[in-house]
Write a new protein. Structure first.
Length: 443
C-alpha cells in the first residue's frame, strides 16, 4: 500500500512519498472499521428496502413478473457475506470494486423490473424514487476514506441510469415517449430528456463533491494518525502531563518561555548504585534500572508527580509545576512514603541482595518552561528548590537516613493535609558551601 506520509519540521506538516509501516497499519485499521460500519449500514438499508417492498401494495395482474424480491434477496445475502468477510479479515480492493458493481447492478436491475412487474412502458421506472438509493450507495463508499471508491460508485450509478434512460427510449421504437412538455412528463409515462440529464448531473456532482471532500479528509486522517503516533511516542519520552501540556499548548512551544509556580521537587536515588553496577553485566545493570523505574515511576505519578528527568539511577519529579495544585508539598511527601514502602519490599538484583533508595523533598517558587534550541527542546523546572533538593539527597548517607525534606516543605505539607508516617525528627545540617538549613528526617 502506498500512502502519503506526513512528517513534521517544527509544527508544520510536509508530505512525502511513503508512510512508516506502523502508520500504514493504523490507517488500515481505521479503514477496516469503516468497512464493517459500511456493511452494517448496507444491511440496514436492504432490510428497510425489503420491508417497504413487502408492505407496499402489489399489482393484481397475475401475469406480472416480480424481479425485485430476487434482487433484494441476493443483495441481502451478499451483504451478510461481505459483513462476515470484513469482520474476519481485510477486504481487498478488487472485492470492494466487485461489491460496488453488485450494489449498483442489482439496484439497476430492480428498477428496470418495475415496468415488467406493473406491466407499464419502460419509461415508467424512470419516475421511481428508488434512484435515491444510488446517492446512498455513493455516500456509503465515503466511509472508506478512499476517493476512488466514491468515484467508481458514482460512475457506475451514472452508467446504470444512462442505460435505463436509453432503454426506456429505445424499448419500443414504434412508440415515441419523449416529450418537451413538463406537465405531460409529470402526468404520464413520457420521458423528459432534460429531467434525466438533471438526474445524471446530480449523480456526477454529488460524486465529485464527495470525492473532493474524501481526498481532503484523507489527508487530515493521515495527519491525525501520524500525530497520534507522535503523541504516543512523545508520552514515552515525556511524562504524560508534560506531553499533554505540549499537545494542548495554544501556540508553538519555544525556548525562553516560562511561568512561576509554587511546587515541590522530589529527588530519588539508589545509594551506591555505581558499586552495584560495577558488579553487574551491562544488560543486568540496565534491567535493574528498568525494574527500579518501573516500580517507582507509577507510584510517583499516582501521587500527582510529574517525572522531570531520569539522572542515571536518579529520578527527579515535580509536583504542581506542570499543573498547579494546592497540595503539591503533601503530594510529594506521600510519594516519598510510597517509594519507601515499595523499595523496602524490593529484593534488589540477584546476589546483590536488597538495595537502599534515598529521597529528598523541597518546595518553593520555581520556573517551569522550555529550554534548548530551535531543533531540541526540553521542559524542566529551575530554581533554588531544585538545587536544594539535589544537595539534600546526598546528605542521606551522612545522616544514615533514607528520606529527608526541608523543614519548610514539611510544614507546608502538614498545612496541606499530610499526616507523616512514623516519627520524623528535625535536624540542622550544613550543606556544601557552608549554609545551614533545617531538615526533617522522614525515614
Amino acid at each position: 500500500m502506498r500512502l502519503a506520509k506526513v512528517t513534521f519540521a517544527g509544527n508544520r506538516a510536509t508530505t512525502i512519498d511513503a508512510l512508516p509501516a506502523r502508520v500504514v497499519h493504523r490507517i488500515a485499521r481505521h479503514e477496516d472499521d469503516a468497512e464493517i460500519l459500511m456493511r452494517l449500514f448496507q444491511l440496514g438499508i436492504v432490510t428497510l428496502f425489503g420491508t417497504l417492498y413487502a408492505i407496499s401494495p402489489k399489482t393484481d395482474i397475475e401475469t406480472s413478473f416480480a424481479l425485485a424480491p430476487y434482487a433484494i434477496g441476493i443483495y441481502f445475502a451478499a451483504t451478510l457475506f461481505g459483513l462476515a468477510w470484513s469482520i474476519r479479515s481485510r477486504i481487498p480492493d478488487w472485492a470492494a470494486y466487485g461489491s460496488i458493481l453488485l450494489d449498483i447492478g442489482l439496484l439497476v436491475v430492480m428498477i428496470w423490473s418495475f415496468h415488467l412487474q406493473y406491466e407499464q412502458p419502460a419509461a415508467f421506472y424512470l419516475k421511481a424514487p428508488t434512484i435515491l438509493y444510488m446517492f446512498i450507495f455513493i455516500a456509503l463508499r465515503a466511509l472508506r476514506f478512499r476517493a476512488r471508491f466514491v468515484v467508481v460508485t458514482g460512475v457506475a450509478a451514472t452508467l446504470g441510469w444512462v442505460a435505463l434512460f436509453v432503454y426506456a427510449i429505445a424499448a419500443d421504437p414504434t412508440d415515441t415517449t419523449v416529450t418537451r412538455d413538463y406537465v405531460a412528463y409529470m402526468t404520464s409515462n413520457a420521458v423528459l430528456i432534460g429531467a434525466e440529464i438533471d438526474k445524471i448531473v446530480s449523480i456526477l456532482t454529488v460524486t465529485a463533491v464527495l470525492a473532493i471532500v474524501i481526498r481532503r479528509t484523507r489527508r487530515i486522517l493521515v495527519q491525525a494518525v501520524v500525530e497520534e503516533g507522535a503523541a504516543r511516542d512523545l508520552s514515552r519520552f515525556f511524562d504524560a502531563s508534560v506531553a499533554q501540556h505540549i499537545r494542548g499548548a495554544g501556540h508553538d512551544v519555544a525556548a525562553g518561555e516560562g511561568v512561576l509556580r509554587q511546587a515541590a521537587v522530589l529527588f530519588v536515588d539508589i545509594r551506591g548504585f555505581s558499586g552495584y553496577a560495577a558488579g553487574l553485566a551491562p544488560n543486568d545493570a540496565m534491567r535493574m534500572l528498568s525494574e527500579y523505574q518501573a516500580r517507582l515511576v507509577p507510584l510517583i505519578q499516582s501521587c500527582g508527580g510529574t517525572i522531570d528527568k531520569f539522572l542515571g539511577d536518579g529520578i527527579m519529579a515535580t509536583f504542581g509545576a506542570v499543573d498547579p495544585t494546592g497540595t503539591y508539598a503533601a503530594d510529594a511527601l506521600r510519594a516519598v512514603d510510597a517509594v519507601m514502602r515499595e523499595t523496602s519490599a524490593w529484593p534488589g538484583s540477584g546476589a546483590l541482595g536488597a538495595i537502599s533508595v534515598n529521597a529528598s523533598v523541597t518546595c518553593g517558587q520555581v520556573i517551569f518552561g522550555a529550554v534548548g534550541g530551535v531543533e531540541r527542546l526540553e521542559y524542566t523546572v529551575i530554581g533554588a528548590p531544585v538545587n536544594l533538593a539535589a544537595k539534600l539527597e546526598k546528605l542521606n548517607k551522612s545522616l544514615a537516613s533514607r528520606a529527608i525534606c526541608a523543614a519548610d516543605a514539611f510544614e507546608t505539607a502538614r498545612a496541606q493535609g499530610y499526616l507523616p508516617a512514623g516519627s520524623p525528627r528535625r535536624q540542622s545540617v550544613t550543606l556544601e558551601g557552608g549554609d545551614t538549613v533545617e531538615v526533617i528526617v522522614l525515614n
